[in-house]
Write a protein that binds this ligand. Sequence first.
Ligand code: IPM
Ligand code: MN
Length: 340
Amino acid sequence: MSNQRTHRVAVIPGDGIGPEVTSAALDVVAAAGVTFETKSFDLGAARYLRDGFVLDDATLEELRGFDAILLGAVGPAIGDTRIPGGVLERGLLLRLRFGLDLYVNYRPFHGVDGSIAQGCSFAIVRENTEGPYVGEGGVLRRGTAQEVATQGSVNTRFGVERCVRYAFERALALPAPKVTLVHKTNVLTFAGDLWSRVVNEVGAEFPSVVVDYHHVDAACIYLVETPERYGIIVTDNLFGDILSDLAGAVTGGIGYAASANLNPARTGASLFEPVHGAAHDIAGTGRANPLAAVSSTVLMLEHLGEDGAARRIATAVADFDGDVAALGTAGITKNLSERL
Ligand code: IPM
Ligand code: MN
């Protein structure tokens, strides 16, 4: 049972179905007997369109002090061009990841019945503060025939090592501990060399963990054809972004995929969010699938030391065999809550 601690959780419901799935997930947490003291933050596309606010230093600092952050989804409806690309991605999501030093993006996948990867469980440990995401580079002579655009990938020994170490520690909990580095070492020889050496060096400290390597293009085939080969995939920020969508697709759709943006050193609040987007097309219809948000709270509860509640909710999700479309958000929430 819960150790009766009250956890202070910041909630960023966001846009579209974000508010519906976060509130469903919080209901399930309450049904599991864990007390969250929540404070809601109005951030995302709707907020930006209303008053131009994205995120400021004071809000970032306030968020840092919480025990955890739950985020629903942020972003405008597809086809709504009022927000230039990058405003929310860089200004809100990446600013939170970088500012709170959320250096691991942990995404576990479990192949649901009927999916390509049915019965397979594996996880992606994605470096979350470096790579091509840092914004290194720039544009010269924009709009001319001589335009130049560069976008570098930053890989530091420090950043790679702390991510790789997390992957190996995580692998220890697997029945068959295995870490697969996914990269493109045959072409990205500078970054690839650093990643390979770090994986081999850190791997030597974990003799019980099998170490493997796949090029990212081959990994895309293996994820579809033989997903059972994976335990933990460790990879850089951009490869991890792409592979997580593929992993979501082969395990049943990103309606199920949860993610934890983790600061394992705990110098800032970690952030938990479903991988899916705001799905404005079904917002307000009661049809949003809250399972990914609920699974994100499982990761949050593990991070908060609420292992019992985390296990109970994870089991309720794994055993869920209801009809998602027929039950809808409220029905799924009730179904899960009743089985805690
Ligand atoms: C994700 C998203 C983000 C990313 C975007 C919205 C910045 O695709 O969390 O996977 O690229 O990391
Ligand atoms: Mn993505």
